[in-house]
Design a binder for this molecule. Structure first.
Ligand SMILES: CC(C)(COP(=O)(O)OP(=O)(O)OC[C@H]1O[C@@H](n2cnc3c(N)ncnc32)[C@H](O)[C@@H]1OP(=O)(O)O)[C@@H](O)C(=O)NCCC(=O)NCCS
Length: 204
């Protein structure tokens, strides 16, 4: 596993914020909708989803994320750059919303605007989200999945220490039979493995 060295802090309060060396993961603001809808309408970003999203779909997804964060203290957070405040995408965890052998449980997801790919932001934010959910929320296991074809997403999963559970690979029930994106890989990481990988408890 390639270790990502990140410095991170949690700013607790009514709306906890995760800060890494370059990113802020936070609750959504109304003004995030425009750049969020823009990235969801970008065919390059949405290559491994059945379709690009309409403005209404982005709005609904943003509202779902907001409510999830309010209810559970974690969710798919809005991500902005620490230095400039620019909104660049979303990263975080949400309850899995379909039936599967590995649900009910939570899944990690990330989606970053195309002009910010290749800078390590997704891995940096996802690693911080894992740490937050294991340490502050007390989750025991975290899952991630993506179409077999989505190699970039799987690089992120491996980079942050998740393991491919090939026996768990599955056909996504929300994608129709025969569709080239239906087959998904399943990745997971348990608290113990994460703790061992991160040497929590040792002076860092
Ligand atoms: C999946 C996705 C978030 C990955 O973005 P990404 O920028 O490739 O991922 P990372 O943040 O890990 O960045 C890694 C890249 O940054 C480079 N990099 C540059 N600076 C870096 C740094 N400081 N730290 C780590 N990597 C760095 C790496 O070398 C790597 O480059 P490469 O792509 O040429 O191999 C992005 O492709 C995306 O938004 N896709 C659409 C949505 C999607 O498919 N989501 C997944 C569904 S679960």
């Amino acid at each position: 596993m390639i270790r990502l060295k990140i410095s991170m802090k949690f700013l607790m309060g009514e709306n906890p914020i995760i800060q890494t060396s370059r990113l802020i993961l936070r609750q959504w603001k109304d003004e995030d909708l425009e750049p969020f809808a823009k990235l969801n309408a970008d065919p390059k970003v949405m290559e491994f989803f059945p379709a690009v999203w309409t403005l209404e779909e982005s709005k609904a997804s943003m509202q779902t994320a907001r409510t999830h964060i309010e209810m559970h203290g974690f969710g798919k957070w809005a991500v902005s750059l620490l230095e400039t405040g620019e909104f660049i995408g979303r990263i975080g965890l949400e309850e899995i919303d379909f039936e599967a052998p590995f649900s009910p449980n939570v899944e990690l997801g990330y989606r970053i605007a195309y002009n910010h790919w290749g800078k390590g932001y997704a891995s940096e934010g996802a690693k911080a989200a894992l740490e937050y959910c294991f340490r502050q929320i007390g989750l025991k296991e975290i899952f991630a999945f993506t179409p077999v074809l989505n190699q970039r997403s799987q690089f992120v999963m491996r980079r942050i220490g998740m393991h491919h559970d090939s026996k768990g690979d599955f056909d996504h029930p929300k994608i129709k039979e025969g569709h080239h994106l239906r087959r998904h890989v399943l990745y997971r990481i348990g608290y113990q493995d994460w703790q061992n990988d991160n040497d929590i408890g040792k002076v860092r």
